[in-house]
Design a protein around this ligand. Structure first.
Ligand SMILES: [Zn+2]
Length: 103
């Protein structure tokens, strides 16, 4: 028997959410079936590529400990019209930060 980790968040471990435009396998704009998933969104910092992240602060008014949650941004691009959708790789952590900020 393989020592499986039952219930270990399998769908996320493959980064599956960033591998498809929305839930369909075609462009949301023009319907073209050829998409480029998992495109990194890059900014240059002192000559090296850095992934762009989105950040949500649990406590934005705090002076020091804003308790920021961050998630890397990726894109899925249509090979015909260039329409681009963005995804974060960990929306759940941003959402929990948002919920905390509302408490
Ligand atoms: Zn398109």
């Amino acid at each position: 028997m393989a020592s499986g980790r039952g219930g270990f968040c399998g769908s996320w471990s493959k980064g599956g959410y960033s591998e498809g435009m929305n839930t369909k396998d075609q462009c949301a704009k023009c319907g073209h079936p050829e998409l480029i998933p998992g495109v990194r969104v890059i900014c240059k910092v002192e000559g090296s590529d850095q992934d762009v992240q989105l950040r949500f602060d649990c406590d934005p008014h705090a002076v020091f400990f804003k308790r920021a949650q961050r998630s890397v941004l990726t894109a899925c691009i249509c090979a015909r019209c260039g329409f681009t959708e963005f995804f974060v790789n960990d929306p759940a952590s941003l959402y929990s930060a948002y919920r905390e900020s509302q408490a």
